[in-house]
Design a protein around this ligand. Structure first.
Ligand code: SIN
Ligand code: MN
Length: 224
């Protein structure tokens, strides 16, 4: 799934790094398989209800810790009350490799231990409004992996959900890291470009995005 036009790694804003085509085809297939299994349980994938009555258009399932607006817990109390699947060691290793690729700092990468992943599935109509990832208690980077249809990914500033922002295209296999001065930048997905994914990933349609994060939570916060 190589691009016709070269897409070199790019620092979109300080600490916000885009690495096109980072995942191999086999890694994408394996991630699709893993996400499909998580989507069936212990907590099934669903559209998250927002406190003011809305429903998110993306479908979400979590591993490690369950996110709901605007907190993490071990059990999915807004879905079926079950404890989410454990965060696998292979995903910690993938997160470390991603950080090394983005920043080239081995000590930082070795010290990175993500403990939650939000897995979002976008059908052609799904979007994500501008928001900050700020329910984590520590400022460790967020590692984002995209598979399937391409999207427009909007990377903004840390102050407002409006301009200045930069729109880039995230395609299947792309890595994006939000860290450093951009860790709390507003970001969103204004558009998914239907029909751009390759069914060889195992995704016939739609877009899959996985964001790994470090919650900073401990057993005392309800976790074992
Ligand atoms: C997110 O902001 O959590 C998801 C971003 C994406 O889908 O690329
Ligand atoms: Mn986010």
């Amino acid at each position: 799934m190589s691009a016709l036009i070269p897409r070199p790694p790019m620092e979109v804003a300080p600490g916000a790094v885009h690495v096109p085509g980072w995942l191999t085809d086999a890694e994408q297939r394996d991630l699709v398989t893993a996400c499909r299994a998580w989507a069936t349980g212990p907590v099934p994938i669903r559209r998250t209800r927002l406190p003011r009555g809305g429903v998110m258009s993306v479908q979400t399932v979590c591993v490690g810790w369950h996110w709901r607006p605007y907190a993490y817990s071990r059990t999915a109390d807004d879905v079926n009350g079950r404890r989410v699947a454990d965060f696998p060691d292979w995903m910690v290793r993938l997160g470390r490799r991603a950080l090394l690729e983005a920043y080239g700092d081995r000590a930082q990468a070795d010290g990175y231990t993500p403990d939650t992943a939000l897995i979002n599935f976008y059908d052609g109509q799904a979007r994500m409004g501008m928001h900050q990832d700020k329910d984590e208690r520590v400022p460790a980077p967020v590692v984002s992996l995209s598979i399937g249809d391409s999207c427009v990914f909007r990377v903004g500033n840390t102050e407002t959900r409006t301009r200045p922002y930069t729109d880039i295209e995230l395609a299947s296999g792309d890595l994006f890291v939000l860290g450093g001065p951009s860790r709390f930048a507003y970001h969103g997905v204004p558009k998914v470009i239907e029909g751009t994914g390759d069914p060889a990933t195992g995704l016939r349609s739609g877009r899959l995005n996985i964001t790994m994060r470090v919650t900073g939570l401990t057993a005392a916060d309800g976790g074992g």
